[in-house]
Design a protein around this ligand. Structure first.
Ligand code: ADP
Length: 647
């Protein structure tokens, strides 16, 4: 994602050195909000700042290693990429340094003054709602660089972009914006390449000067970082400065499954996923055969803040022989974008440009293989651990369902995974469950779409189905409107909207047979035919047809869509989105209902008010407004008052 530079240069002291002069900048509003939270944080696990800074350093090393594939001169003679931690007890400073890609002046302004992550605003809103500090939210989101201000009251970032002539210093107290200056001679010499972050620790954070404490934190959160993380300090024996490696520095996914503990998986997931829950499912395997690649993927237990971001792309990282290439190769389709992790290929050429990746046949084969594997693992989870699968479905069900119309090839596989709320009760139901409980003569899978499950469950169209014991899928996610229109069916049964066309359910027996006889008597009555004709004339502009219904039991009327076009749910959805797309409905009436019987008996003059109320009522039951609310009120008042007069 491109960052918009929303920082403002507020005090540009123009000197001979031009833009390299010292300058003062304000933070982007969202950064200021985040920093306010960090500075005042009482979050107890402040130690995560180290994980975040190390993670940034590791990413910087990854980026350099990738760039150096085509430009080896960037590495020069410093080829050993690593992260170095050191502490100065007198100055009360902690330093985290890397010899990675580094940042230019513009990048320092851009990256450390704005936030690129799309879910940031949602995160801030959630955190502020929970009282500003919101440990749970901070812990789960991973707040990045700015978390340094939980433990430091001043942070200095000295950085030189690989290959650049000059280095720059970014300095901030986390409150009043930041200052940017060209590096002094001493600073310039201190950073031949990469970034040095110096934290001036707050008095209550001096524990982080302690090597054993730092070693504990590194082992807890950053052991798997594939670069060496060293502490540089004085040797106890001879007082000389020495490097001591704190982590095991091996790419976790390359180790055999049996050598990796659950904690190590979890810690790695936090690093690659930027999410801090416990994964619901870990998928780790090595594909061998025509193409060789290793896969380590995680299904989160909580939804990331940007799950519904319009850019909707996945974040699986692609490595080639341990070199990070990109997290933008769309290894998984958009409907699996909640999955995090790594794919490491042995066969993709290392010097492939990111643009060429899109069309590379090996990457295409990896995409297919990994996507199929993820779906089969989800199917297994559904079979073997219903509780875990329930959690996945609650969080990501609506996203997975996007696959039902985006991935025709795998639709049948997805049909085995998806679950539904139905008119049968509160439990999730699969299509297999549904088909196993078909009623005699039932040939279709019935569904009803709408805005919310409450509104759907109250729909009059459901009544006839309930009376016949027919289960109906209740679909309230926006994506439902789309896949149902393209899906061909499941197990040979087509999907059929209960708000569209003529519901041919009379062949399915009622649970209580007597009602059927009554119902047919009323339907066949000559008054009914006359009433239908009168309504057709009155509502010629409003509806395409009027007919008696087998859908209704308790309610006097409902609206349905004519056969062929979009059903009522999709029609209303399109109307809401685009202001058009809906077609005139069909009015169905229930001849057995007292109100309809009363209407049939009305004389011409008294007929219209009650007829209009019948139509408006059907609209209201769909969650819509009467076409003309003022007229609706007028008619209702007239009817009530007339009724009073007659009494
Ligand atoms: P994130 O790492 O999630 O993108 P951060 O706020 O932690 O968010 O960092 C913002 C950006 O600053 C990073 O994406 C990266 O471009 C840059 N950055 C931070 N630390 C370093 C570093 N040590 N070396 C190079 N770039 C860095």
């Amino acid at each position: 994602m491109t960052k918009q530079n929303k920082t403002k240069e507020t005090d540009n002291k123009t000197t001979k050195a031009g833009k390299d002069a010292e300058s003062q900048f304000g933070f982007q509003a969202e950064v200021a909000r985040l920093l306010h939270m960090m500075v005042h944080s009482v979050y107890s696990e402040k130690e995560i700042f180290l994980r975040e800074l190390i993670s940034n350093s590791a990413d910087a090393c990854d980026k350099l290693r990738y760039e150096a594939v085509t430009k080896p001169e960037l590495l020069a003679d410093d080829t050993d990429l690593r992260i170095t931690i050191s502490a100065d007890n007198d100055a009360k400073t902690l330093t985290i340094a890397d010899n990675g890609i580094g940042m230019s002046r513009a990048e320092l302004i851009d990256h450390l003054g704005t936030i690129a992550r799309s879910g940031t605003k949602a995160f801030l809103d959630a955190a502020e709602k929970k009282g500003g500090d919101a440990p749970a939210v901070i812990g789960q989101f991973g707040v990045g660089f700015y978390s340094a201000f939980m433990v430091a009251d001043r942070v200095e970032v000295l950085s030189r972009k690989a290959g650049a002539k000059s280095a720059h210093v970014w300095l901030s107290d986390g409150i009043n914006g930041f200052n940017l200056a060209k590096a002094t001679k001493a600073q310039d010499e201190a950073v031949p390449r990469g970034t040095i972050v110096t934290l001036h620790l707050k008095d209550d954070a001096l524990d982080y000067l302690n090597e054993s404490e730092l070693a504990r934190i590194v082992r807890a959160y950053s052991d798997h970082i594939p670069f060496s993380i060293d502490f540089v300090g004085k040797s106890e024996e001879d007082g000389k400065t020495e490097r001591r490696q704190l982590n095991s520095a091996s790419a976790l996914w390359t180790r055999p499954k049996s050598d990796v503990t659950q904690d190590q998986y979890k810690e790695f997931y936090h690093h690659v996923g930027g999410l801090y829950d416990t994964p619901a499912l870990t998928i780790h395997y090595k594909a061998e055969g025509r193409h060789e690649y290793t896969v380590l993927l995680f299904v989160p237990t909580m939804p990331p803040f940007d799950l519904y971001d319009p850019s909707r792309s996945g974040r699986v990282r692609l490595y080639v022989r341990r070199v990070f290439i990109t997290d933008d190769a769309d290894i998984l389709p958009a409907y699996l974008r909640f999955i995090r992790g790594v794919v490491d290929s042995e066969d993709v050429p290392l010097n492939i440009s990111r643009e060429m990746l899109q069309n590379n046949p090996i990457v295409a084969a990896i995409r297919t293989g990994v996507t199929n594997r993820v779906l089969s693992e989800l199917k297994d989870l559904e079979k073997n651990d219903k509780v875990a699968f329930d959690g996945v479905w609650e969080n990501f069900g609506p996203v997975l369902k996007e696959g039902l119309y985006e991935d025709m090839e795998r639709r049948d596989t997805l049909f085995e995974i998806v679950r539904f709320r139905t008119s049968k009760g509160d439990d999730w139901r699969t299509l297999k469950d549904y088909v196993a409980d078909l009623r005699p003569n039932q040939t279709a899978i019935y569904f009803l779409t709408g805005d919310s499950s409450e509104q759907i469950a109250a729909s009059p169209q459901l009544e006839g189905f309930a009376a016949r014991g027919i289960e109906v899928l209740l679909l309230s996610d926006p994506v439902d409107n789309f896949w149902v229109t393209t899906a061909l069916g499941f197990d040979g049964k087509p999907f059929q909207s209960i708000t569209q066309g003529d519901a041919e359910i009379s062949a399915i027996p009622l649970l209580d047979d007597k009602e059927d006889e009554e119902d047919n008597k009323d339907k066949a009555a000559p008054e009914t035919a006359k009433l239908v004709e009168a309504l057709k004339t009155l509502f010629a502009e409003e509806v395409t047809d009027v007919r008696t219904s087998s859908r209704l039991v308790e309610s006097p009327a409902c609206l349905v869509a004519p056969a062929g076009g979009p059903d009522r749910g999709l029609g209303k959805f399109l109307e809401k989105q685009a202001g058009k797309g809906n077609v005139k409905p069909v009015l169905e009436i229930n001849p057995a209902h007292d109100l309809v019987k009363a209407l049939a008996k009305r004389k011409a003059g008294a007929f219209d008010d009650l007829a209009w109320l019948l139509l408006d009522q059907a609209r209201i039951l769909e969650g819509a407004l009467p076409e003309n609310p003022a007229k609706f009120a007028e008619r209702l008042n007239r009817l009530v008052l007339d009724g009073k007069k007659q009494n």
